[in-house]
Ligand binder design. Structure first.
Ligand code: NAD
Length: 285
């Protein structure tokens, strides 16, 4: 069996086109969806991510603005800016680019974002809502994975899902979202003993560990769906995921590549969440 490669760029294009149509409708009613991006410090990778988010917004017709602060800015100043943005009706989504400087109380800064504008879905209210099964803003990366599965008509109900990685931004919300779709979900992490004994049971394997070549063909069931969230830069400069792509491709039924898989979906779902926030604000106002 040779897997079908899931084209994340194509799925992202489709979702962005849907967002573009919705945005045009909102603009016609006098509401331009707006995203505020708060970035603190000058981490080069964060700057690239922020530039990509702004570009994606512009392409779809959203308004976006970056609020950049030097690394030594007191977190109270950033929180005050977030409160101002919470009250600004032209801003429908607010995101704080992570990581924040080490001296910041990260959870407190994220908690300052109004849960109605929390398009990254990291506010405790939205995390709690996700646990209960309903959230305003599903976190963008796992939301993107879910959209990729839907796009390929891959059934989730009753499937064995194994999520490798238990972070707050990918692994845990991914597990909750697929549980909500009635999958049987197992979460593995760095302390899991004998990872392969779990991964081999997966009908759908989602890998988000940040370890190149973590998943080898012998760890994957023939016919499994394999979604690789990992992004790793090798010493030779190549960008790879966490899965041995060429090896696992010979066994899986579907596989997502890196680059060109989950990556383009993450930014796209941020745009989607912002358009949804604007739609809700327009309906309320
Ligand atoms: P993280 O470091 O916060 O969490 C990694 C998780 O993987 C932890 O739960 C850890 O216990 C687990 N892990 C580490 N080594 C493991 C091992 N050997 N076996 C099993 N589990 C192991 O990372 P994160 O923020 O969740 O990101 C994970 C990966 O996904 C990274 O490569 C990151 O760059 C990538 N990522 C990609 C996107 C995207 O848009 N494609 C978005 C977010 C993160």
């Amino acid at each position: 069996m040779v897997a079908k490669v899931i084209d994340g760029r194509a799925v992202a294009r489709q979702v962005r086109e849907e967002c573009r149509v919705l945005t045009a409708g909102l603009v016609a009613r006098g509401v331009t969806p707006g995203l505020a991006v708060v970035i603190v410090g000058d981490d080069p990778a964060s700057k690239v991510y922020v530039a990509n988010k702004v570009k994606a917004c512009t392409e779809v017709g959203l308004h976006s603005k970056v609020y950049a602060f030097p690394a030594d800015t007191p977190d109270t100043v950033v929180e005050a800016e977030i409160h101002r943005l919470n009250a600004d009706p032209a801003v429908h989504g607010i995101l704080v680019q992570l990581p924040l400087p080490a001296h910041y109380d990260g959870p407190r800064v994220l908690a300052a974002i109004s849960s109605d504008k929390d398009v990254d879905g990291f506010h405790l209210y939205n995390v709690g809502a996700l646990v209960q099964g309903e959230t305003l803003f599903p976190p963008c990366t796992p939301f993107g994975v879910q959209k990729m599965l839907e796009y390929e008509n891959i059934p989730i109900e009753g499937q064995n899902v194994v999520v490798v990685g238990a972070s707050n931004i990918v692994g845990k919300p991914m597990a909750l979202m697929l549980m909500r779709k009635d999958a049987t979900v197992c979460i593995c992490h760095a302390k899991t003993r004998d990872l392969a004994q779990f991964t081999i049971l997966a009908d759908i394997l989602v890998v988000a560990a940040g370890r190149p070549n973590l998943i080898l063909p012998q760890m994957v069931r023939t016919g499994a769906v394999v979604i690789d969230v990992g992004i790793n830069r090798l010493p030779d400069g190549r960008l790879v995921g966490d899965v041995d792509f060429e090896g696992v491709r010979q066994k899986a039924s579907y596989i997502s590549p890196v680059p060109g898989g989950v990556g383009p979906m993450t930014v796209t779902m941020l745009v989607h969440n912002t358009v949804m926030a604007a739609q809700r604000a327009a309906a309320a106002g």
